[in-house]
Design a protein around this ligand. Structure first.
Ligand code: HEC
Ligand code: HEC
Length: 316
């Protein structure tokens, strides 16, 4: 009996030491680094690409990089994710010193696809356009190079980000990790097939499922349909007032999802934040105003094609 207790204590002691060492290692190592491959790319800035890029930036970049004080993508402190540390999104205007004026198209493409900067730094809290079409990616780059006021040079400088232990832990444990740079061309969706078009927008382009499934850490970013509670909502986020806010069930379950909504109800909710029952939708759900009605309807058609999930999420 005494012997058993001794072994137990020794085992516990060893575990405590190992956990301590692992924690010290993670704290010291920080967010792991990757390696940026050189991508040979020169994006031709056609007016169509600049226009599409602006629409995508409005829905994919502004929420984190737009500073209301400058009216430009000069970055800001990201108070909505305090658990990950003191995070500052960066100045991505064309300023050569404080923005991304000196980056090549290939460097921007590599970061947007994978999350890895030219110097190998991995950015865990960043949009990843890992599965968007090449054309959409080029459109974002063309827009960043355009003379639109959001992106023309501004010398605002943001402080360096300091990641919390939690951020270091989840990146070291591989819950959030760089995506692979695609090895084959990614075509635009077939817009004559409404469900395929909606699937592309909801999964590959605007990643609705990433917020609207059960938990960020249980999403499968390479096979979105395998994410836990796919589109069933209940993912905990933080609202503007610092209080918890839960994403809602977007499956067609009649009781707990949006199964009783009309197509028109859905378009209104998505583009303007107005829902049939209850107050307007709040941040972090943004009004996707730049979407055309046909795009919004395509998303609705796609949501009608996926399995229903019974999951009641209360709006608080
Ligand atoms: C969820 C918030 C978020 C979204 C959405 C987002 N970013 Fe970022 N971005 C960040 C943060 C935070 C950093 C800096 C992280 C750090 O310092 O570790 C960053 C850094 C960058 C950088 C590197 C800048 C530098 O000088 O190091 C570029 C380029 C960039 N973002 C472009 C974009 C583009 C283009 C979009 C839209 C397609 C976008 N980001 C969407 C949060 C975001
Ligand atoms: C950054 C996370 C995030 C993303 C991305 C996101 N949503 Fe949301 N969404 C939310 C949150 C949070 C709510 C709940 C807001 C509230 O309670 O006020 C919500 C609510 C909704 C609702 C209202 C549902 C209801 O029952 O009232 C709809 C519809 C919706 N989102 C559709 C979408 C679609 C379509 C996309 C992709 C184009 C999307 N969302 C992307 C976070 C997100």
């Amino acid at each position: 009996m005494k012997k058993a207790l001794r072994y137990l204590l020794i085992t516990l002691g060893v575990i405590v030491v190992l956990v301590g060492l692992a924690a010290a290692f993670i704290a010291f190592r920080g967010v792991p680094k990757g390696e940026a491959k050189k991508i040979d790319l020169k994006v031709e800035a056609t007016p169509a690409r600049v226009a599409q890029g602006q629409r995508l930036a409005a829905m994919l970049c502004n929420s984190c990089h737009m500073d209301p004080n400058t009216g430009k993508l000069t970055g800001r402190k990201m108070d909505e994710v305090p658990q990950f540390g003191a995070i500052y999104s960066k100045n991505i205007t064309q300023d050569p010193e404080h923005g991304i004026g000196k980056w090549t198209d290939g460097e921007i493409a590599y970061l947007l696809r994978t999350g890895i900067k030219p110097d190998g730094t991995f950015l865990p809290i960043m949009a990843k356009l890992a599965h968007t079409s090449d054309e959409d990616l080029y459109s974002v780059i063309a827009f960043l190079r355009s003379n639109h006021t959001w992106v023309t040079a501004d010398n605002t400088r943001q402080p360096a980000t300091e990641y919390s232990f939690l951020a270091k832990f989840i990146t070291n444990a591989g819950f959030i990790k760089p995506s692979a740079y695609p090895t084959a061309a990614i075509p635009n969706p077939d817009t004559t097939n409404q469900v395929a078009w909606g699937r592309y927008i909801a999964l590959n382009q605007l990643e609705c499922y990433a917020c609207h499934s059960k938990d960020f850490t249980k999403n499968d970013y390479n096979n979105p349909e395998k994410s836990a509670g796919f589109f069933g909502g209940g993912n905990k986020m933080q609202g503007m007032d610092g209080k918890d806010i839960y994403t809602l069930n977007l499956t067609m379950d009649e009781e707990t999802g949006i199964g009783k909504w009309s197509e028109e109800d859905f378009v209104k909710a998505l583009k303007y934040g107005q829902v049939p029952h209850g107050p307007a939708l709040r941040i972090p759900m943004i009004p996707y105003t730049p979407l055309t009605d046909n795009e919004a309807k395509a998303i609705f058609a796609y949501l009608q094609s996926i399995p229903k999930i019974k999951n009641q999420v209360e709006r608080k």
